[in-house]
Design a protein around this ligand. Structure first.
Ligand SMILES: Cc1cc2nc3c(=O)[nH]c(=O)nc-3n(C[C@H](O)[C@H](O)[C@H](O)COP(=O)(O)OP(=O)(O)OC[C@H]3O[C@@H](n4cnc5c(N)ncnc54)[C@H](O)[C@@H]3O)c2cc1C
Length: 454
């Protein structure tokens, strides 16, 4: 069957035994080792449409790959067809309108570089190698969330190949139900072959990490909570527990030490940035302070070298509404027990402009949270996979009493079952099921955080 498909498909294809097949089935998470039947490297929407129709005829399971960053490995499918969009790299910027039309194969770093040339930026994630496709459809949290909302809050239009192979445009007036579902509903509704975004006028920022010793962690969490609650939308910071990497640019006396810290991003008037940070610097004082003026793309790629593709990743996530004393104590206990240098936890703020949109306005249903916390067990050595996974799971279990609900940000989930997906969409789930039933009644797109049709 795959030989027949190879001859029919217009796009480049790879099957087991082809040179490049093993490279093409590698994704960001080194724990994932799937063997697709055929990888279809689409470069146009027509090629995607043909791949969808042929996969349907052959009754093949289909996965969609953009940047390949999904922790659970949902970009790949064993034995089925991978629709690989990583070659779709078009980006067109309309500087006058402050908009960008972006194909799904771009990484965040590629989008950043292109927009930065025009003094513009898209609110999105914190690691440059992440794919624009998956992060957008799941929501999109990052340094500019407080100032500009989620990535989906800046999404104006999508071009989509539906489960029957038809191509449609979804925006506020054309297929508005589909457009609503695409903003948070992940890859459930079709293959998005183009995104049109609104951009923000952001060029340089006053940003970077600031660390405090573990002995100050409880005070630091309370201080951070207070500062960010009352701050203007230009001041963003995500809180973290981590181990300081052993090497430049970190001072030697901190190498290998467990610390807590915040990675800040200030987007206001840069001439006043020192004044904004004066009271923050007065707390502690910090044992490391790398906060300074930098170009936005430098911030968005600051941690890329530390987290290259191919490491072992296991993660768990939940939503947090407040820093109670119990929550603080558990985070400190697990922050002291981080198993490897790459393992960490991040608390990504959900505030500012994310709160300006209501839960029912898009499929993304947890805007009443204040943070999305992700706990990541990471190491280059496959021999440490069990250790990092166990730390992550027990940390997650210990925080369950403090979680806002039973859901999580779908982009931070492993394969955790149907109930968890439903909880993540809360009151929006039934509307999503209706839209799924209309656009994909036989659940053709199910290698994802799956919303099952009626
Ligand atoms: C190191 C790292 C850092 C991260 N940082 C952040 C962050 O700062 N903020 C944040 O919000 N998230 C972050 N994430 C999570 C990230 O949003 C998800 O992993 C997301 O799935 C990555 O998108 P991708 O295109 O790279 O993924 P892929 O693995 O290629 O795709 C994941 C899934 O998305 C769907 N999908 C992808 N593209 C399309 C498309 N064009 N059409 C239809 N469906 C599609 C499919 O269901 C697919 O299975 C991070 C992940 C990692 C590993």
């Amino acid at each position: 069957m795959f030989a027949k498909l190879k001859s029919q498909l217009h796009a480049q294809t790879l099957v087991a035994g082809d040179s490049g097949y093993d490279e093409a089935r590698k994704i960001y998470n080194g724990m994932i080792d799937k063997h697709p039947g055929i990888i279809v490297r689409c470069t146009t929407a027509q090629e995607v449409s043909q791949a969808v129709r042929l996969a349907r005829e052959e009754k093949l399971e289909v996965s969609i790959r953009s940047g390949g960053h999904n922790g659970a490995g949902l970009a790949l499918v064993d034995g089925g067809m991978v629709i690989d969009l990583s070659g779709m790299k078009g980006i067109a910027i309309d500087a006058g309108k402050q908009q960008a039309k972006v194909e799904p194969g771009n990484t965040l770093s590629e989008v950043d570089q292109a927009t930065h040339e025009h003094g513009l930026a898209l609110p999105s994630g914190i690691i440059g190698s992440t794919g624009i496709g998956g992060i957008t459809l799941g929501g999109g949290l990052g340094y500019l969330s407080r100032k500009g909302g989620l990535t989906i809050d800046n999404l104006l239009e999508c071009e989509v190949v539906l489960a029957n192979g038809d191509r449609v445009t979804a925006n506020a007036t054309e297929h508005p139900d589909l457009f609503w579902a695409l903003r948070g509903g992940g890859g459930n509704f079709g293959v998005v072959t183009s995104f049109t975004f609104n951009l923000l006028p952001v060029k340089n920022v006053y940003a970077g990490p600031m660390f405090w010793p573990m002995e100050k962690a409880a005070e630091a969490m309370r201080f951070y909570d207070k500062v960010t609650k009352d701050a203007p939308d230009d001041l963003y910071g995500f809180f973290a527990f981590l181990i300081v990497p052993s090497g430049d640019p970190f001072p030697e006396h901190l190498h290998g030490k467990n610390v807590c810290g915040v990675v800040w991003c200030y987007t206001g008037d840069l001439t006043g940035a020192e004044d904004v940070f004066a009271p923050i610097r007065a707390f502690g004082p910090p044992i490391l302070d790398f906060v300074s003026e930098i170009p936005m793309p430098a911030l968005n790629t600051m941690f890329d070298q530390l987290y290259p593709p191919g490491l072992q990743w296991y993660w768990r996530a939940h939503y947090v509404r407040e820093f109670s004393e119990g929550f603080i104590a558990q985070n400190i206990a697990f922050g002291k027990a981080i198993p490897t240098m790459h393992s960490t936890t991040h608390l990504y703020p959900i505030d500012g402009k994310v709160h300006a949109v209501s839960n029912g306005d898009t499929a993304w249903a947890n805007r009443d949270a204040r943070w999305a916390q992700v706990i990541v067990g990471v190491d280059p050595d496959p021999g440490k996979a069990t250790e990092v996974t166990n730390w992550c799971k027990s940390y997650y279990e210990a925080l369950q009493p403090f979680a806002m609900n039973k859901g999580a940000y779908v982009n931070f989930m492993m394969e955790e079952g149907a109930e968890r997906v439903q909880s993540s969409y809360g009151d929006n789930y039934h509307r999503l099921v209706k839209i799924k039933s209309k656009y994909d009644p036989d659940n053709f797109f199910h290698i994802n955080q799956n919303i099952k049709p009626e």
